[in-house]
Write a protein that binds this ligand. Structure first.
Ligand code: ZN
Length: 570
């Protein structure tokens, strides 16, 4: 039996017998809000559970029994009845593209649709409902509805012929456009392929088919409407409201421009930033000391604010397996190529050492086993070359889809955080027993069986933090809990599932650690920020068995209820 579960059941038994030691605040204080009748999972290091939580201002006042918490009620206290549902720290999504995600909320959402008819119906309905938009834009299509994984302009013309339409693949590495969009952008049979890009053409006629890959997507830039600052600010507002529906109260933005920072600052000043955002600034092989100086100024300007901070950079070491741009140690299964890293080992070492020396954190996007190894090497070399920064070293790898077995123990050994996106697993294989699609086909059965080895990393002493990569996958931590705790796929991958408590830790406690903020959030403990999620069910006794099973009832941010699930009756 899991020691944590037995500790939890002991605590519940003690509570039921009325013998639980109920810590009381030193001075009598009235709660602004209490949550009662919950299965409170505090996500502290012992996995402590309780029945109820009281908050005052934007802090947690007490976590304990219904009786102890109810004793803090006053006439003005708001009462949230959890009806036995799990109560946890607000979810913290460790890897999002938040403004970009917000932009997609105004587009047609094709995520998870598995037949061409479903895809076409959804686009047709969206176009009809948005008759005034100049371009019909969408996102999230999977390869499976299209024969050969290649969508065609005719399939899109059939549902949008009056205006240009562009639909981005879920992986963000290609777009599907209609004939109007091709014509507006001047993409004809004579169009040349840009460097690192492909205009897919019909082998018979030579005409573009409507599928633009990688850098060929930029051929639309000249004609596609660019979002204004006002559009992006509205997208940020929409993203915040969207996050609340999923119990998300903190996000970590993986790649942020200085323009983005300015938008976040405006939103903060206007009181619109109702999530805590930790911003990793975009960096690359061309980043200079002067760029880092500017980032340092940004960090100082933001200060140690509990809502908006930076202190990290994001680097792309490689691409993705779907387009065979992830850097592998051995060739892809269906190609002579092994992919190539975006930077040489020397460039990566230099950049990481430069950032590490300033005491900043580094996020490295590393998907293929070669990119993962190079990145771990860079962290190891930086640690050998530079003095330990005052706050310690918490560098992180993002995605880690196909790590070599020899590198698994290095996460624990080097203290490198493994930032995983659980929903990428079902995106790759649709959570089926018989996977198909570019991810498993490109990588082959052997490497596929060892993919996303988060439990192996965890068991070897590595720390896991979870996120969605929204808008690549839904901003739905509950759905992530379902994937982490069930983990379907080939037999070997099923070994990678984790118990619910550790899954929740990966969306609460460890993300707070991963942004150096565990002293103020990530656990339900007196004195911590009052960011709390109340789920509709107890996910420990009623674990999710299907997508959509983890439902958020109430989201509390900074001590205030910011979301309540609309309900008919209860
Ligand atoms: Zn990402």
């Amino acid at each position: 039996m899991n020691w944590r579960l037995s500790a939890a059941s002991l605590a519940l038994m003690a509570a039921a017998c009325g013998t639980a030691p109920a810590p009381r605040p030193a001075a009598a204080q009235t709660a602004d809000l209490v949550i009662v009748n919950g299965r409170v999972f505090t996500a502290d290091e012992r996995g402590t559970t309780a029945q109820a939580v009281a908050t005052a201002g934007n802090k947690i006042l007490l976590v304990g029994t219904n009786d102890a918490v109810s004793a803090l009620r006053g006439p003005q206290t708001r009462v949230v009845d959890a009806h036995g549902g799990t109560v946890a720290p607000g979810f913290n999504d460790s890897h999002v593209h938040f403004i970009g995600g917000g932009m997609t909320l105004g587009q047609v959402d094709l995520a998870g649709l598995t037949t061409l008819a479903q895809v076409q119906d959804k686009i047709r309905a969206f176009a009809a409902a948005h008759a005034d938009t100049a371009w019909v834009e969408g996102r999230g299509w999977l390869y499976s509805p299209f024969p050969g994984g290649t969508p065609t302009r005719e399939q899109l013309d059939a549902v949008v012929s009056d205006r240009p339409a562009v639909m981005t693949c879920y992986d963000g590495h290609s777009v599907w456009v209609n004939s109007k969009a091709l014509a507006l952008a001047g993409i004809t049979k004579d169009a040349a392929n840009p460097t690192n890009g492909l205009v897919v053409k019909d082998p018979g006629t030579g005409e573009p088919t409507g599928h633009l890959k990688e850098s060929a997507m930029a051929l639309l830039n000249r004609v596609r409407p660019k979002p204004t600052d006002a559009d992006r600010r509205a997208a940020l507002r929409a993203a915040v409201a969207h996050a609340h529906q999923f119990g998300v109260t903190s996000v970590q933005n993986a790649g942020t421009s200085f323009d983005d920072v300015a938008l976040y600052q405006q939103a903060l000043r206007a009181g619109e930033l109702q999530v805590r955002a930790y911003l990793a600034m975009s960096a690359s092989s061309s980043t200079t000391e002067a760029d880092l100086d500017r980032m340092e100024e940004t960090r100082k300007a933001l200060g140690n604010d509990a809502t908006l901070t930076t202190g990290a950079v994001k680097i792309y070491a490689d691409g993705v397996i779907e387009s065979r741009t992830a850097a592998m140690l051995a060739p892809y299964e269906n190609s002579k190529s092994s992919g190539a890293p975006n930077l040489s080992a020397d460039q990566l070492d230099r950049l990481v050492a430069m950032v590490d020396k300033r005491g900043w954190q580094v996020f490295i996007h590393a998907i293929g086993d070669r990119a993962i190894r190079m990145s771990l090497d860079a962290f190891e070399r930086a640690a050998a070359a530079n003095a330990m920064p005052a706050r310690g070293r918490r560098h992180r790898l993002e995605h880690i889809e196909a790590a070599a077995a020899a590198d698994i123990p290095r996460f624990g050994k080097l203290g490198v955080i493994a930032s995983q996106q659980p929903m990428h697993v079902p995106l790759g294989d649709m959570n089926s027993e018989h996977p198909s699609g570019p991810w498993p086909d490109n990588i082959g059965a052997d490497r596929y069986s060892r993919a996303w080895a988060w439990k192996s990393i965890h068991d070897a002493g590595g720390r896991l933090t979870f996120g969605s990569d929204w808008p690549v996958a839904p901003l739905d931590s509950g759905r992530g809990l379902w994937v982490v705790t069930t983990r379907k796929g080939p037999a070997n991958q099923a070994d990678q599932k984790l118990p619910m408590g550790e899954a929740i830790d990966g969306y609460t406690r460890w993300p707070a650690y991963a942004s150096f903020e565990e002293q103020r959030k990530g656990t339900l403990v007196a004195g911590m920020l009052a960011d709390i999620v109340v789920l509709a069910a107890d996910v420990f006794t009623n674990p999710p068995v299907a997508v959509g099973d983890v439902v958020v009832d109430t989201t509390i941010f900074d001590g205030r209820v910011v979301y309540e699930r609309p309900r008919v009756r209860r």
